[in-house]
Design a protein around this ligand. Structure first.
Ligand SMILES: N[C@@H](CCC(=O)N[C@@H](CS)C(=O)NCC(=O)O)C(=O)O
Length: 213
């Protein structure tokens, strides 16, 4: 049996969401963050040597890292759904946005979160550069979802699932004003209308306000 180990308000919401979209059987185990450090608790850290969320177990097999877990579940249980094949005209877009999620957007927001906590001067060059890079990333997403319904194109894919956390729940940790990204807000409206997304969020983080605007 596939078990999704979900740390509250974390990137593991992607995996709960994926399982709900695919409607595959899975067990959900929830873990609360340490209220002071906001880090994962010891029993979460014991699951995998890297000690970060998400982690899944599938029988005796343990896997961490969002992208690897999504690829694993898709390969084993996806039956070709929620992905584009290499002969699809939007295949490169699918790959780009799938990897943009953790490679650029989430990495940029995480960097900005740490720099902001250092209380640097407003004109600190690293802070200024980091803000500019995050703005460029959001602008790129905004332009993409102005021209396409979903990140890969016409169809909802795992690229949307990978990107969702950074556009929504991550803003609890690093706020970002979406008023400069109206197309992202419209896109998040489409995401929030998905029954599987709603189910996943309610199961993973019951009662959490969804940051969809
Ligand atoms: N690139 C990793 C990042 C994992 C990560 O940083 N997860 C955060 C949650 S959003 C975490 O576990 N934080 C708690 C901790 O470090 O103890 C992935 O996508 O799996």
């Amino acid at each position: 049996m596939l078990t999704v180990h979900h740390l509250g308000k974390s990137q593991s919401e992607r995996i709960v969401w994926l399982c709900e979209e695919l409607e595959i059987p899975y067990e959900l185990k929830r873990y609360a963050r340490d209220p002071v450090t906001m880090l994962a608790p010891p029993d979460y850290k014991a699951l995998h040597p890297i000690g970060t969320a998400p982690v899944i177990t599938d029988g005796d097999f343990v896997l961490a890292e969002s992208g690897a877990i999504v690829d694993y579940i898709m390969a084993k249980y996806g039956n070709g759904r929620l992905a584009l094949r290499p002969d699809h005209p939007d295949f490169a877009q699918f790959l780009y946005w799938f990897h943009f999620a953790n490679g650029t957007l989430q990495a940029g927001m995480g960097r900005l979160m740490i720099l902001n906590r250092l209380k640097l001067a407003e004109d600190n060059p690293m802070l200024v550069a980091s803000r500019g890079r995050t703005d460029r990333a959001f602008d790129l997403v905004d332009a993409r979802v102005r021209d396409a319904e979903y990140l890969a194109g016409d169809s909802f894919t795992t690229a949307d699932i990978m990107m969702g956390f950074s556009l929504t729940t991550m803003r609890y940790f690093q706020p970002y004003d979406l008023s400069r990204c109206p197309n992202v807000v419209n896109y998040l409206g489409r995401i929030g209308a998905r029954a599987a997304y709603r189910r996943a969020m309610e199961k993973g983080d019951p009662g959490m306000a969804l940051l969809l605007s």
